[in-house]
Ligand binder design. Structure first.
Ligand code: FRU
Length: 511
């Protein structure tokens, strides 16, 4: 029942857009310049140190891969409107995960369907044979979503590949697509591919309705089914989407495998959210001995996130980025001429707490580059002159409270009390664009004693990292004027405050 609602709510805009695009051709075939809409990166609510597309609709991060000094970020993109529509892969690159350069659209929909979410890898050994003149191909593995009979309830999804020999700037779709045809299952999407050294093969994690299936291939073209993962006790409130399987190591060197699974709806505070599983992967099966549902983010605005492929071994981090929104209201947030941003980039770490393994998400070190001024303030009340702020606070009691406010009397409250974390954005400014947005969110505190709180405020988001990311809360907010005041309770009076630079303004420091 809920799944039907999901499909209706998200994909129902498609029919309308399809009709419109019949009249006026979709972006397919248009030159990038014709798609340009005026944008300045100075609009109200425009994130100043998060990635957002110049204009129009964006959802999931896709094809994140590091190659030759660049972090690639492809993303679900509809270039003709600020709501979801026929999907393309937008593209941006960064040398440092913080400053981004927008590039032309990488993949356009075609007669096989829209280009849904997927991943990218560099085929260094040219296992696919698609490399040329000693150049390793960058290969994108994505889902084709084909709507049949102009009916968004009747669609078919298949997996396909495309390759680039010029660092992701231009792409050729493989001539024998699809590489994984549809076996007669409706939700069959979001391939995330990794190289598995032990078996010298590629492993694909694929979301199939309410399970994750694993496939293997020697060449990224011929795929063979391996196994399924869908334990009884997991969260099943919606369709499973955007899986990612990768190893993580604890500080004392214990290796475990982590499987991320996004789910929509069915998040603990409504709408979409990402659950994860910690276990073992033997090249065929993923198994776990835990039976506790775990959420990657305790906030409501981090969805469909996955990790970068091919980050150099000497770096060794598992780098993550999520879509900073929620399908509950993502298409209604009050921003123009674009909709939605990505979370801050984070590195994922494994930690053990009360005999269970958990994943911590730390903001990447590179973010320190955008600090422009750092001060220690001694007070339980802080006024901000700048609107781009990072704060470091230390609780001195088990229960604490942070109240952010502005000159318009808008208030955002984050607190820990009665073994619960509570995030209240009901009076945070613009909330009535959707009746779910202003709801108060609660999460159990996991019995963690909180020693450090790090807060990042951009114009329309607050990200709170507790204990070096052991717990994280990612939340959108649309205050009527910039947040300019913080009152703290149960917090040490010594607060570190960093003012941050915009990554989009011309006077930013050189990266
Ligand atoms: C997740 C998702 C994916 C799909 C894409 C379509 O947000 O539903 O499952 O590939 O968005 O845009």
């Amino acid at each position: 029942m809920k799944k039907t609602t999901f499909l209706f709510s998200k994909f129902s805009v498609v029919l309308l857009i399809f009709i419109l695009s019949c009249k006026e051709q979709t972006s397919h075939g248009k030159k990038e310049s014709e798609l340009d809409v005026t944008h300045t990166y100075e609009e109200a609510y425009r994130p100043q140190y998060h990635f957002s597309p110049p204009a129009n609709w964006m959802n999931d991060p896709n094809g994140m891969v590091y190659f030759d000094g660049e972090y690639h970020l492809f993303y679900q993109y509809y270039p003709d409107d600020t709501i979801w529509g026929p999907m393309h892969w937008g593209h941006a690159v960064s040398k440092d995960l913080v400053n981004w350069e927008n590039l032309p659209i990488a993949l356009y929909p075609d007669e096989m369907g829209y280009i849904f979410s997927g991943s990218a890898v560099v085929d260094f050994k040219n296992t696919s044979g698609l490399g040329k003149d000693g150049k390793a191909p960058m290969i994108a593995i994505y889902t084709y979503h084909l709507e049949e009979e102009e009916n968004d309830q009747n669609y078919q999804q298949t997996q396909a590949i495309a390759y680039s020999l010029d660092k992701g700037r231009t792409w050729t779709k493989y001539e024998d697509n699809p590489v994984l045809p549809n076996p007669g299952i409706k939700d069959f999407r979001d391939p995330k591919v990794m190289w598995h050294e032990e078996t010298q093969s590629w492993i694909m994690s694929l979301a199939i309705k309410d399970k994750i299936s694993f496939f293997t291939s020697k060449n990224l073209i011929d795929w063979e089914y391996l196994s399924d993962f869908n334990p009884e006790w997991a969260a099943y409130g919606g369709v499973w989407e955007c899986p990612d399987l990768f190893p993580l190591t604890t500080d004392n060197g214990q290796e475990k495998w982590c499987l991320l699974v996004s789910i929509n709806p069915g998040g603990p505070n409504g709408g979409s959210a990402t659950q994860y599983f910690i276990g073992d992967f033997d090249g065929k099966n993923f198994t776990t001995s835990s039976s506790e549902i775990k959420w990657l983010d305790y906030g409501v605005d981090n969805y469909a996130g996955v990790t970068w492929s091919d980050v150099p071994q000497e770096d060794g981090r598992k780098l993550f980025l999520g879509w900073m929104s929620n399908w509950l209201y993502g298409q209604e947030v009050p921003t123009q001429p674009w909709r939605s941003a990505m979370t801050l980039p984070r590195s994922l770490h494994l930690y053990k707490h009360q005999e269970e393994f958990y994943v911590a998400s730390k903001p990447v070190e590179e973010l320190k580059k955008i600090r422009s001024d750092s001060r220690i303030l001694v007070s339980s009340e802080i006024n901000f002159e700048d609107e781009l702020i990072e704060l470091e606070l230390t609780p001195n009691q088990d229960e604490f409270k942070l109240v952010f406010s502005n000159d318009d009397g808008d208030e955002i409250v984050f607190q820990k009390s009665d073994a619960l974390f509570k995030f209240d954005r009901s009076k945070s400014g613009k909330v009535d664009f959707n009746e779910e947005f202003g709801k108060i969110h609660e999460m159990e505190d996991l019995n963690l004693s909180i020693e450090k709180i790090q807060v990042f405020i951009d114009r329309s988001s607050i990200e709170i990292f507790l204990n070096e990311g052991q717990l994280v809360f990612t939340q959108l907010v649309f205050p009527n004027s910039p947040i300019s005041n913080l009152k703290t309770y149960g917090i040490n009076n010594k607060v570190s405050m960093h003012t941050l630079h915009s990554i989009w303004s011309d006077d930013k420091p050189t990266p």
